[in-house]
Design a protein around this ligand. Structure first.
Ligand code: HEC
Length: 198
């Protein structure tokens, strides 16, 4: 019994090691799909209208995992009343808070600062990015904006703020918004307690 086992191991090891020296391509047992007729990106394709291997996708093609945004091409002003709504599946749980905080600190912190005061590392003290009063998420425009409007600004940018639509997926954008609301609430509380101390 042991002999058979040892011989089997030797045989299998031989099969693997036999392939180590790459003098010829590995044997193809079922080569049906190995040799794909697909064109390489820069290859000539005589069947294509302009001879190019890579063709322009048909109109309306949506890349895999890309979620189209209904208010594409519109400004913040245009979307008033037709803002995207926060999906009901996104609830303020501990997990949501932590994800929102994490994404905020990655994407928003450099400009808006750790607590949304507009004093991020590229603004102050390096001053590489000019300060704009709306960068303060507590006292600027963000304070009076609804969730859908903030979603639009993250998705497509506004004024001097660049778009983060290609870097942050929609679910994370909503979680960031919930986190920003927490920052605003915290700021309000701090401001009130300062008032009270006077
Ligand atoms: C490269 C710097 C930069 C980054 C990063 C950045 N912002 Fe902004 N943000 C700005 C500037 C500048 C403004 C002021 C734009 C204006 O009003 O012209 C602004 C404004 C805003 C406003 C107010 C709306 C407005 O148009 O003034 C909100 C809300 C906002 N940002 C949210 C975010 C969130 C959330 C993130 C992270 C996903 C983020 N920003 C990342 C620079 C940035």
């Amino acid at each position: 019994m042991n002999l058979i086992k040892n011989l089997t191991i030797l045989f299998l090891a031989g099969l693997f090691l036999g392939n180590c020296e790459k003098k010829s391509p590995a044997p193809q047992f079922f080569p049906d799909m190995y040799n794909s007729p697909a064109r390489e990106a820069q290859e000539l394709d005589v069947t294509s209208p302009d001879g190019m291997g890579s063709r322009v996708p048909p109109e309306g093609t949506i890349p895999v995992e890309y979620e189209p945004y209904e208010n594409d091409g519109l400004t913040l002003f245009d979307i008033k009343g037709r803002e995207a709504k926060m999906p009901s599946s996104i609830k303020m749980t501990r997990e949501t808070y932590e994800r929102g905080e994490d994404r905020y600190q990655v994407f928003c912190f450099p400009c808006h600062g750790a607590r949304g005061e507009g004093n991020g590392t590229v603004v102050s003290p390096s001053q590489k990015f000019p300060y704009n009063p709306n960068m303060n998420l507590h006292t600027g425009m963000a304070k009076t904006m609804n969730d859908g409007e903030i979603f639009h600004v993250i998705s497509r940018g506004n004024g001097q703020m660049p778009s983060y639509g290609s870097q942050i997926d929609p679910e994370d954008r909503w979680k960031i918004i919930l986190y920003v609301r927490k920052l605003q609430a915290y700021y309000d509380k701090m401001a009130q307690s300062k008032e009270g101390a006077k």
